[in-house]
Each structure stands twice: as structure tokens, then as C-alpha cells.
Design a protein around this ligand. Structure first.
Ligand code: PMP
Length: 390
């Protein structure tokens, strides 16, 4: 068996149908959709068709969808656009969660350095958002509440419908970074209560470099990139092969989701219960919280994630860690720190994330390999003398 890929929250393999549609767009719809001649109009038709297919999957209108280069750009567009638009109403504050994607947290930090008041809603030890804290932070001076739909490290789903109510009661907007929800849950922008929503194609078997910001109808956010495309909301010649691939990926996900979600959940359950049962010291993050059906984030005692991941990969299992590896060593995961973990444990989280194509045989292989790699390591650590108290 080739390596078992369990890192679908980082990115997914591109589906064959997606490659086919992208190739077709590159070969046949290479013209500029803004051109008025025949080839341009053919490209324009492909763009319109792809827009309606993506919109249908995401539960929004075509006019509410602005194609971007991915979720990072969509997040920037939402936050910077909302702050600029709300300034006239005297709203200046940005409220985010403590467990946002590093790109969004870095943007929030940059804004804070420039004097924008920024608040972080905390989470509990299960990764659940503290709604009481949210209630007290969301006031009439807030320009935007920006929270992810589901956390990429733990899979914990955040209560965005409740946040939409809190935000709207204060006359402010909610942006949901739904990058990890799309393709792993039944997502509908219309039903979500969100005013703005980011998505990215490469998390659902589409290509990288294409995504979208959904903007509720009537919204007039200033663009991040000026220009005439996307109804003046996002300049730059459209990435038509990417958009065609995004549409194919959405259609495929729409067809497979109902069958795939319970199957992924059962496989994920099998993986985590097997590991928890057989490995003393294994800890499952977000166990009591609502979670995506594909994500299991565990630590094995205090074994460093990088050490575990190296062993797993040599045994044919590819997973990942929320802790970023830098030249200066492993950095603890900000998500696990926000959940109250120590610095040591926050470097120990190992994330297994399944895909729609993950098979039962692959999960059995991953379980056997993980037990084989980690049981001796954990036994070794259990017999080590406890460090002397300082
Ligand atoms: N937000 C979340 C929650 C993500 O998981 C990711 C991808 N890791 C991003 C944003 C960034 O998406 P993109 O790669 O499309 O810029």
C-alpha cells in the first residue's frame, strides 16, 4: 500500500474530474472573459456557468459570490473591507476567536499594531467558544466579528449561528471562515446567518489558488484589489481554469457528501477509539465538542509531534501537527494553548484528517502502524524517572 494520506485539512488530492475540467478550460476557454469578441464571450459563458455551480453548492446566489485567490485573500477582503465600510458609522473594533487560522490572526495583529482595537474570544478546554465572553465583547462599537466555522487543527465546530444573532443584535456583521466546513458538512450561506463567508477550493479536491468570498446581497465592501472584474469587487483577469476546477469540485462534493459524511465519521471514530484504547496516555482534543466528521487531533502523552510524525511517515502514514516547525524548533500550537494546554503538550498534538476517498483498509493500516510506532515509545517514557522538581 502506498502511504496513507491523512492530512486532508491541509489540502486534498485533486479529483480526476477537476483535472479534466481544468484542462478543458485551459484548452478551450483561454480567452479573456472581459473581451467582447467570440472567444471572450465563450470564456464568459464558462465563467457564468461555473459561478452558478459553485453558488448552488454553497447555498448562495451567483451575485453574492466573488472569486478570490483562496481563503487567505477572502479573509483579508472581509476584514479589511468591513473595517473600512464600518468606519463611517463609528464602528472600529474587530472581534475574532483565539483559535483562528494563523493568517487571520496575523492580520488581526497587524491591525492591532496599527491601532485598531482587537478582541479575542476565548475557548474552553474542549475548544468550544465562550459565548458569554463573546456576548460581552460584541458591542455597538464593533465593525466585524470574524470567526471560523470549524477549526483546522481540532475539527471543533464553532457556534456561528449564535454569533450571528449576537452580532446582528448589536447591528454589526459576522464573517465566517468556512474553509474547513466546505466539503465536510452541509453548508448553506443562506441558512448560516453569516454576512460574509470565505471558502477555498483546495480543501474539497479542487485546485489551489482559487476560493471565494460570499457577500450577502446589498453589501458594498470596498475591494482589496481594485478593478472592473467581479462587479468591481475583485480586480484581475479571472482564473478561469481554477474557477472551472472549483465548480467541478463543488459538484462532486455535492453528489458525494450525503454518503461520505457518515462513512468518514465512522472511520474517524474507529481510528480514535482504537488509538485511545490501546495507547495509555493518548488524549483526544475536543472529545466533548461538536466536531467535523473527518478530524481527530490527539496527543500521545507528551511525545513531541514532530518525533511522532517522523515515525509515522516512515511507517507509511502521513499526518500533521498544529505546531509549526521553525528554524528555532517546534512552536507550540496556538489552538492547543488557547484550550489551556501547557507549552509542552501544545507541541504534542497530532492531527489525522480523513478525506472522502479514505478507505477502511487505509484506516486499519494507520491504526496498526501508529500502535507499532508509539506503544514502545510510550512505554519507554512511562518508565523514565520523573524530573526533579526545581
Ligand atoms: N482558513 C482556514 C481555516 C484554513 O484551514 C486555511 C487553509 N489551511 C485557510 C484559511 C487558508 O486558505 P487558502 O490556502 O485558500 O489561502
Amino acid at each position: 500500500m502506498s502511504a496513507v494520506y491523512l492530512d486532508h485539512n491541509a489540502t486534498t488530492p485533486v479529483a480526476p474530474q477537476v483535472i479534466e475540467e481544468m484542462t478543458d478550460a485551459l484548452q478551450r476557454a483561454w480567452a479573456n472573459p472581459s473581451s467582447t469578441h467570440g472567444p471572450g464571450q465563450a470564456a464568459r459563458r464558462l465563467l457564468a456557468d461555473a459561478r452558478s455551480r459553485v453558488a448552488s453548492f454553497l447555498g448562495c446566489r451567483g451575485a453574492e459570490l466573488v472569486f478570490t485567490s483562496g481563503a487567505t485573500e477572502a479573509n483579508h477582503m472581509a476584514v479589511l473591507g468591513a473595517l473600512a465600510a464600518a468606519r463611517a458609522q463609528g464602528r472600529t473594533r474587530l472581534v475574532v476567536s483565539a483559535v483562528e487560522h494563523p493568517g487571520l490572526l496575523a492580520l488581526a495583529q497587524r491591525l492591532a499594531d496599527d491601532g485598531v482595537p482587537v478582541d479575542h474570544i476565548p475557548v474552553d478546554t474542549q475548544g468550544r467558544l465562550d459565548l458569554d465572553a463573546a456576548r460581552s465583547l460584541i458591542g455597538p462599537d464593533v465593525a466585524l466579528v470574524s470567526v471560523m466555522g470549524a477549526n483546522n487543527e481540532t475539527g471543533v465546530v464553532l457556534p456561528t449561528a449564535a454569533l450571528a444573532e449576537l452580532a446582528h443584535a448589536q447591528g454589526t456583521w459576522l464573517h465566517v471562515d468556512a474553509t474547513q466546513l466546505a466539503g465536510k458538512s452541509a453548508l448553506s450561506f443562506a441558512a448560516s446567518g453569516a454576512d460574509l463567508m470565505s471558502v477555498s477550493a483546495h480543501k474539497l479536491q479542487g485546485p489551489k489558488g482559487i476560493g471565494a468570498l460570499l457577500q450577502r446581497q446589498g453589501f458594498a465592501l470596498p475591494p482589496l484589489l481594485s478593478g472592473r472584474q467581479e462587479r468591481h469587487r475583485r480586480g484581475g483577469t479571472e482564473n478561469l481554469p481554477g474557477i472551472a476546477g472549483f465548480a467541478a469540485a463543488c459538484e462532486l462534493a455535492g453528489r458525494e457528501l450525503a454518503e461520505a459524511l457518515p462513512r468518514m465519521a465512522a472511520l474517524r471514530e474507529r481510528l480514535e477509539t482504537s488509538l485511545m484504547r490501546a495507547l495509555p496516555g493518548a488524549h483526544l482534543y475536543g472529545r466533548e465538542a461538536p466536531r467535523l466528521p473527518n478530524t481527530a487531533c490527539l496527543r500521545f502523552g507528551a511525545l513531541d509531534a514532530e518525533q511522532v510524525l517522523g515515525k509515522l511517515e516512515r511507517a507509511g502514514v502521513v499526518a500533521s501537527s498544529g505546531a509549526a516547525c521553525t528554524a528555532g524548533g517546534t512552536q507550540p500550537s496556538h489552538v492547543l494553548l488557547a484550550m489551556g494546554e501547557s507549552g509542552l503538550h501544545a507541541k504534542a498534538g497530532v492531527r489525522f484528517s480523513l478525506g472522502r476517498d479514505t478507505t477502511a483498509a487505509e484506516i486499519e493500516h494507520a491504526i496498526a502502524a501508529t500502535l507499532r510506532c508509539l506503544a514502545p515509545l510510550l512505554a519507554e517514557h512511562a518508565t523514565e524517572p520523573a524530573p526533579l522538581a526545581a
